[in-house]
Design a protein around this ligand. Structure first.
Ligand SMILES: [Mn+2]
Length: 345
């Protein structure tokens, strides 16, 4: 039996029961939604839950991603069924409007689905949130939120198990959930100092997951251009502010074009800046069409979720967050440097 994994606490048990009874009607139309710029946990938990509903006997389930995502996630079982909202906006809106139940995974406010925010709000479907980000927003009919878990994928495993359906988890579902946990913990290097996470992972391995194989599918996927962009970013575009224990990388549109940048090529890049000794805050600034995308990472108690909320109209976790700046790249960097030098805490 599970030694550390004791299931969701009493308060949550009522909610699990609620979800369980809601899932008794297999004829209803269910829509699973991931957040914009979906990461490994968003896609992994969405496809894991999708597989689970299929195993349970649901036949009208759609999975929607607001926009395209990186190709290193395309191996996941069920990936070909994911609808990309930006590819087919009309049908996406129809599906959301006709849904009986909407399950939002790995985000906790409709705004994180960007252009789908309004349709989601307007839909009369029963709305479920399963997530691990801090400060869940109102507007959901059922909230399963736990900020202590490594990932939404771990939470999905727990929900399925608590509903008594562990036996329905196939190898394919396990692979999706494993991918979510691996990517959200930086391959078990943060947000997982909890025996329960490893116990869930042990169960997924029992289901037939080949960790080494999946690791290569996820991480050993660089194109030559992506590898050279990484080298260029570190040697030419990295700035260090030792007195503020801060390091950051900035990439203009021209930089990105030079390396024929593809979606996902800068995934994980910000973490390199954090690997410098004594650096506690790392940032990546990327020039987009009408804004600068900001990714923030920190170590320890330094709260980049707050930094992202207060200065970059975004959010995330204490040690990993993101947002946007609508200043020019130069002004964005100047403001950032001033901010970290004066100390924003
Ligand atoms: Mn996550």
């Amino acid at each position: 039996m599970l030694a550390y994994f004791t299931g969701i606490d009493i308060l949550e048990k009522e909610r699990i029961k609620r979800l369980q009874s809601l899932l008794e009607n297999k004829e209803q139309r269910v829509v699973i939604v991931a957040h914009t710029n979906p990461d490994g946990d968003a896609i992994g938990s969405s496809l894991g839950f999708y597989g689970y509903l299929q195993q349970k006997g649901f036949s009208k389930v759609d999975v929607i991603a607001p926009n395209k995502y990186a190709s290193f996630l395309h191996w996941m079982p069920g990936n070909n069924d994911v609808r990309i909202a930006t590819d087919d906006p009309e049908n996406t809106l129809k599906i959301i409007a006709q849904a009986d139940m909407i399950i939002c995974l790995d985000f906790n406010g409709f705004g994180r689905a960007e252009q789908l925010e309004k349709p989601l709000l307007e839909s009369t479907a029963f709305k479920v949130m399963i997530d691990h980000h801090p400060d869940p927003e109102n507007g959901f009919d059922l909230v399963l939120s736990d900020t202590s878990v490594s990932s939404t994928a771990e939470l999905v495993y727990r929900c399925i198990t608590d509903m008594g359906d562990e036996a329905l988890i196939t190898k394919e579902i396990a692979e999706c959930l494993y991918a979510g946990i691996v990517t959200d913990t930086g391959s078990f290097s943060f947000a997982c100092n909890n025996p329960a996470t490893y116990e869930v992972v042990a169960r997924l391995i029992e289901k037939g997951v080949d960790g080494a194989y999946l690791h290569r599918l996820i991480y050993s996927t660089y194109t030559e251009n992506r590898m050279r962009l990484l080298g260029y970013s570190l040697s030419e575009k990295l700035q260090v502010i030792p007195e503020a224990q801060t390091a950051f990388i900035s990439l203009t549109k021209k930089d990105l074009e030079r390396f024929h940048h593809n979606e996902g090529d800068t995934e994980g890049l910000v973490n390199y800046a954090l690997d410098i000794r004594d650096i506690r805050l790392a940032a990546l600034f990327m020039e987009k069409e009408d804004h600068v995308k900001v990714s923030l990472r920190s170590v320890g108690k330094l709260d980049v979720n707050r930094l992202a909320r207060n200065y970059y109209q975004g959010g995330g976790h204490v040690n990993a967050a993101g947002g946007k700046s609508f200043l020019t790249m130069n002004d964005t960097l100047e403001a950032f440097i001033a901010l970290v030098k004066k100390g924003f805490e």
